[in-house]
Ligand binder design. Sequence first.
Ligand code: 3PG
Length: 212
Amino acid sequence: MVQSIERVEKVMTAAPVIPVLIVNDPKKAVPMARALVKGGLPSIEITLRTPNALDCIKAVADEVEGALVGAGTVLNHQQYEASVKAGSTFVVSPGATDALIAAAKDFADVPLLPGASTASEAMKLLEAGFQRQKFFPAVPAGGAPFLKGLSSPLAAVKFCPTGGVSLANATDFLKLPNVLCVGGSWIADASAIENEDWAGIEERAKAAAALS
Ligand code: 3PG
């Protein structure tokens, strides 16, 4: 099976929010992840947007008890493979390509949450075996009303909307029948990580974990 629902849902249902992180220093990634887990957000997406992102994933996978760390912004087969080797529990991509889908088959133990932003993209991914998808970029692509519109015709697909989601609008998505969780960077943005604001990150994680 190209996407194990059980494996991907373990990540998607651990909490209502998956924090999306841009972090470059493994020494910061570890306390950041501890603050997120302590605040109630065990599923953590570290994006491959910094030179040391894979080292950050490895450090969190090795050192942070209770974290389910995944790689985000994975764009090709080589990055998928490297993410798996670093210890990722899951892989997220903003869209999907044939090469990425091939990688998801090659590394089926580490499920891919592929991105879609139209009905046709979601249908193609469903045909390829992906019943769990990221809706990206959620707000610019039409937000909660758009996603609600997909819930009846594409009832088999459940989403993690990401992109423009915040504490203020997260519940608009979370209340939809086709949403399992949301993703966003607001819990631990670049400046919070840079300033080592672990208490603030934990606080925002707690607020996010309480969403429903
Ligand atoms: C991203 O790809 O950066 C994520 O979707 C997070 O988006 P956000 O910064 O709007 O939360």
